[in-house]
Each structure stands twice: as structure tokens, then as C-alpha cells.
Design a protein around this ligand. Structure first.
Ligand code: UT7
Length: 343
């Protein structure tokens, strides 16, 4: 029997009871082109064996030149809308989590709005790197819980292939392109997002970043010749932080709703490295069978990773209505986040 759970759905200024928010539809989109480890062996000094043993990744998807982050985000959104039975005109707000927007401005969320016909929707981008989709869920939940909006679309979409340095073997083997989306609504039942938690530590901003292209180092001959428009990562430092931050966020979220890991049917983590996930599972005392893993097929898709994994796991029947799931992520910023959902 399921134990009773507590939630953080409290609006201190409202006299109304909290409105639990449900994920009423999910969708994902992966570009057709597959880049295998064998392909990478021809591009940089690496081996299939090194990549599999150090990361667990076998292949990743790469978007075509014409296919932008907003195109992939819109495809994922349309699939989520179809599953939810929600038309474009019913969407009140679009939150797009991405660190690879089509352009610095306008927001990719606005481009998605046009592509899915969500004419009434407010739209903005939100950048919390790999934690972005879970930050987006929290934002969407808050807007619905407060009574401001009825229907929110949260998208996590990335074209990381455009910021990966294809000459740097320590990073180019890790990342892929893709998009995932979720439609949030309050159906009036007690299921839904039970709790969310988010965190950040800007003191370690320099261990995972793209230095140029913003106001600090605008594009110039020097930034281009210095390869400053590519993602830079201190892999070992990021690895250590990822394990600790995801463990802490997961336990905090569980504690907030009076649950233990044994209550959780499926954990959907950010998909960065199989060794990070194994270390996390060990610390949480979670059997790996209850963790959803797709990084072998897609690599790390930053803000799209949890969104795509959620959609795939739900469609594969990895959990049923009423089951409890835990999503947890970590990324540049540093940022981290977790969410417990009763499906
Ligand atoms: O989404 C945000 C979160 N991102 C992450 O969580 C990523 C976290 N970090 C990692 O997943 C790992 O640190 C990496 C997979 C990036 C690297 O694994 P590692 O076990 O930390 O390897 P390392 O960086 O210590 O490198 C070990 C060796 C080095 O050679 P030497 O110095 O020992 O001779 C590297 O040069 O492996 C070498 N190496 C490679 N060899 C073959 C690094 N990349 C490659 C490669 N192929 N692709």
C-alpha cells in the first residue's frame, strides 16, 4: 500500500487549497542522423572501447544543418500536445530550457510558439543547463498553482553539436542533439508533481562553460581563433560534483514528501555518464533496474536529456498511473534539481 505523501504545493498568499499540477502529455524528438563511436574513431584519437567503458555512450544523434533547436523543440511539443489532447491555442505559457538557442535573441520559446500555433501563449527561454527541464517544470508548476495559467508547455531542447569542439576528444564524444517536452495542467485530482527542489553554486561556474559569444567575450577574430565558442569542461571536477549534487537533490526531494527511495518505481536522471549514474544508484541504494538509462543511444543532451528520458520511459510503460517517479539533474552553473511526481 502506498504511504500518504506530503507536498510543497503551498501558496502562502492564497486562501485556496493548493492545485496539484499534472504532466498530462509528454513528447520527444531525436534527429535521424546517428553518430557512432566508430565514426568518432575516424575524427579524433579515441576508441569505441574507451568511450563505452568511461561513459557508457555508444551513439548519439546529430541534427542536420537546417534543423535548429526550435525545430526539434516544436516537434517534441507537438507530440506532447497530441498525447495531452491540447491544441496550440490552449497553451498559456511556453518555457524553453536550452543552452543552445537558435539565436541569442529572440527567445527560442517564441520561435516554438510560432511553429506550434500557440498564438495566445507567453514565451521565454530559461537557462539552467542540464537542470533546465526540471527548473522549467518547477516554473510551470508555480504558474499553475498560483492560478495565473491553466496550461503550460515546458520544452528542453538542444543542438549541442554546434558548440561541441569536434577536435577535443575529451568532450566531443559525450554530447548529442534532441528535444523533449511536457504539457502541464491541473486536472483536479491529487496526483501530479508532489515536490520540486532546485539549487545552484556559481562559485564553480568555470568548470563547465562556453566562454565566448556573450557580453563577456563578444565574438571576435581572437575568440574564434582561441576556440572560445566551444564548450569547455573540467571533466573530473564536474563528475565529482554531479554525483554529490544529484544525491543531495534526490534525498531532499524525497524527504520533502515523506518518501524513501523504496517508494519510487522509476528514477529518471540526467544522462551524462553511466559511471555517474552507477555511483548515484549506489549512494541512493537503488537497484540500477529502477533507473531509466538511454545515454547509450543519445549521449548527454543537456536540457533535453531528462525530458526525452521521461517521455521514453512513460511510453515504454516503465511506470503506471499512481506510481511515484523521481527525476534528478545536474549541470553547468553549477545547477541541480529534482522532482517527485505521482504519475
Ligand atoms: O551534463 C553536465 C554534466 N557533465 C558530466 O557530468 C561529465 C562529467 N565528466 C565525465 O563524464 C568524465 O570526467 C569524462 C568522461 C569527461 C572523462 O572521464 P575520466 O575518467 O574523468 O577521464 P580523464 O579526463 O581523467 O582522462 C583519462 C585519460 C586521459 O589520458 P592520460 O592523461 O591519462 O594519458 C585523457 O587524455 O583518458 C584520456 N581521454 C581519452 N582517451 C580516449 C580523454 N578523452 C578521451 C577519449 N578517448 N575520448
Amino acid at each position: 500500500m502506498k504511504k500518504s505523501v506530503t507536498t510543497n504545493l503551498r501558496n502562502p498568499r492564497s486562501k485556496q487549497p493548493p492545485r496539484p499540477v499534472q504532466i498530462v502529455g509528454t513528447g520527444s524528438y531525436l534527429p535521424a542522423r546517428v553518430l557512432t563511436n566508430a565514426d568518432l574513431e575516424k575524427m579524433v584519437d579515441t576508441t569505441d572501447e574507451w568511450i563505452i567503458t568511461r561513459t557508457g555512450i555508444r551513439e548519439r544523434r546529430i541534427a542536420s544543418e537546417q534543423e535548429c533547436t526550435s525545430d526539434m523543440g516544436a516537434q517534441a511539443a507537438l507530440r506532447a500536445m497530441e498525447q495531452a489532447g491540447v491544441g496550440g491555442e490552449q497553451i498559456d505559457l511556453i518555457v524553453c530550457a536550452t543552452l543552445t538557442p537558435d539565436m541569442l535573441f529572440p527567445a527560442t520559446a517564441c520561435l516554438i510558439q510560432q511553429k506550434i500555433g500557440a498564438k495566445r501563449a507567453a514565451a521565454f527561454d530559461m537557462e539552467a543547463a542540464c537542470s533546465g527541464f526540471l527548473y522549467g517544470l518547477e516554473i510551470g508548476q508555480q504558474f499553475i498553482t498560483s492560478g495565473t495559467y491553466e496550461t503550460v508547455l515546458v520544452v528542453g531542447a538542444e543542438k549541442l553539436s554546434t558548440i561541441v569542439d569536434w577536435e577535443d576528444r575529451s568532450t566531443c564524444v559525450l554530447f548529442g542533439d534532441g528535444a523533449g517536452a511536457a504539457i502541464l495542467r491541473s486536472r483536479g485530482d491529487s496526483h501530479g508533481i508532489l515536490t520540486t527542489c532546485m539549487g545552484a553554486d556559481g562559485s564553480q561556474a568555470d568548470i563547465l562553460l562556453m566562454p565566448a559569444g556573450g557580453a563577456r567575450f563578444p565574438a571576435s577574430r581572437e575568440t574564434v581563433s582561441g576556440r572560445m565558442h566551444y564548450l569547455k569542461m573540467a571533466g573530473k571536477e564536474v563528475f565529482k560534483n554531479a554525483v554529490v549534487a544529484m544525491q543531495t537533490a534526490a534525498l531532499q526531494a524525497l524527504q520533502k514528501c515523506n518518501l524513501t527511495i523504496d517508494d519510487i518505481t522509476c528514477v529518471i536522471p540526467h544522462q551524462a555518464n553511466i559511471r555517474i549514474l552507477e555511483a548515484l544508484a549506489e549512494r541512493l541504494e537503488l537497484p540500477m533496474e529502477r533507473m531509466y538509462v538511454n545515454l547509450d543511444r543519445y549521449g548527454n543532451m543537456s536540457a533535453a536529456s531528462v525530458a526525452v528520458a521521461l517521455d521514453e520511459a512513460a511510453r515504454a510503460g516503465r511506470f503506471q498511473r499512481g506510481d511515484l517517479i523521481l527525476m534528478v539533474a545536474f549541470g553547468s552553473g553549477l545547477t541541480w534539481a529534482a522532482a517527485v511526481v505521482q504519475w
